[in-house]
Design a protein around this ligand. Structure first.
Ligand SMILES: *Cc1c(COP(=O)(O)O)cnc(C)c1O
Length: 392
């Protein structure tokens, strides 16, 4: 099984069949599990073994199938599923850290990740230093004797900067810190952050893993030691368990994730070719675009450039709004990794909470739009974008 290629693992890894030998994975929609005897219950509370369950907040067979399948893909020793991506991010940080610790984080972060690091951790006596993620010297300078975690999003949202995972990991490990990577934008298909040096990888399964915008979910991957000794005790007692139904949706999502992400990235590539240099665009950002400032690093870390393209329109917010409102196929929303193409105007929505200065520092101008490319026909998407650019 370890020799299987990713596509095979994504269909077969983690399968647990009941006595009925069902072909498609079963949804074990149960919160509890019965014991054969008082002795068995006692033994299970002392230590539960493989495929022995107590209570769905601690674990459930459908959830376990999802965890084993994503762990097999990622090459992780173990995984723990959560109710949302943010439960995974916050649980990984809260379970690892205590008052007096220090964290170094890239400053370009998903809005809720920024809130956890900037507001919650600091309120709990954990200091956080934010650095320019692409500047390795800044990571090195920020490390302190009490630095316990280095946190980053491998591809920043929405400006798609590429962070050198190996570079940051080497620096953090020298300082004795654990490297936690939110790998959502790079996807589990295109980037293997654990192999690059990260210790813990997190996904919002809400995005590409579901891939059809149905359920919220998350997962934390790492060593058995981290997942079972650090993360599990925190998560099973604080409560954000993934529901068995959600786990089933995510499990089936994994079966098709390679096909979907590759198709979406291939469409991105064709749009980049067709749209670069367009008169209405100040900039087009895509990690594998020939003019991306970190193209070399992107190609070393990723097998394709991801499923998001960012456009910066000339003439700011008015042009961006005219463009967004003129689109017929691409939907205005804020999910990503979905079968449906989705457009977001970060400065007035996902990043509205930031000050204008913070947005400028992150490169989030008023003309910037983020497009998550879906599974529609590439030619139809190009036609839609082209006609809407005319009206911008
Ligand atoms: C969506 C997202 C999250 C949060 O995930 P939820 O499932 O919405 O809680 C965290 N990080 C990144 C990069 C995301 O895109």
């Amino acid at each position: 099984m370890d020799n299987w290629k990713p596509k095979t693992k994504l269909v077969h890894s983690g399968v647990k069949r009941s006595q009925y030998s069902e072909l498609s994975e079963a949804i074990f929609l149960t919160q509890g599990f019965a014991y054969d005897s008082a002795e068995q219950a006692e033994a299970r509370f002392i230590e539960s073994g493989q495929d022995e369950y107590i209570y769905a907040r601690y674990g459930n067979p459908t959830v376990r199938m999802f965890e084993e399948r994503i762990a097999a893909l990622e090459g992780a020793e173990d995984a723990f599923a959560t109710a949302s991506g943010m439960a995974a991010v916050s649980g990984a940080l809260f379970s690892k850290l205590r008052a007096g610790d220090h964290v170094v984080s890239a400053k370009a972060l998903f809005g809720s990740c920024l809130f956890v690091l900037e507001d919650i951790l600091q309120r709990w006596g954990i200091e956080v230093t934010f650095v320019e993620g692409t500047d390795l010297a800044a990571w090195r300078a920020a490390m302190r004797p009490n630095t316990k975690v280095a946190f980053l999003e491998a591809l920043s949202n929405p400006t798609l900067e590429v962070i050198d995972i190996k570079g940051v990991s080497d620096i953090a490990h020298e300082a004795g810190a654990t490297v936690v990577v939110d790998n959502v934008f790079a996807t589990p298909v295109f980037q293997r952050s654990l192999e690059l040096g990260a210790d813990v990888v997190i996904y919002s399964a809400t995005k590409h893993i579901d891939g059809q915008g149905r359920c919220l979910g998350g997962v934390v991957l790492g060593t058995k030691e981290f997942i079972r000794k650090t993360f599990e005790p925190f998560n099973k007692h604080t409560g954000p368990a993934m529901s068995p139904f959600t786990a089933w949706v995510m499990l089936k999502g994994l079966e098709t994730i390679v096909l979907r992400c590759e198709a979406q990235a291939t469409t991105c590539e064709s749009l980049v070719d067709a749209l670069s240099g367009h008169a209405k665009l100040e900039r087009l950002i895509y990690p594998f675009a020939p003019d991306h400032p970190q193209l070399g690093l992107a190609k070393r870390q990723m097998t394709q450039g991801g499923t998001v393209v960012t456009l910066v329109l000339k003439d700011g917010k008015d042009a961006a709004f005219r463009f967004i409102n003129a689109l017929n196929i691409i939907t205005i929303s804020n999910n990503l990794g979905d079968a449906k193409s989705i457009i977001t105007h970060p400065s007035t929505t996902t990043h509205q909470r930031l000050t204008a200065d913070q947005r400028t520092a992150l490169g989030i101008s008023d003309g910037l739009v983020r497009i998550s490319i879906g599974l529609e026909d590439a030619g139809d998407l190009l036609d839609d974008i082209t006609q809407a650019l005319e009206k911008a």
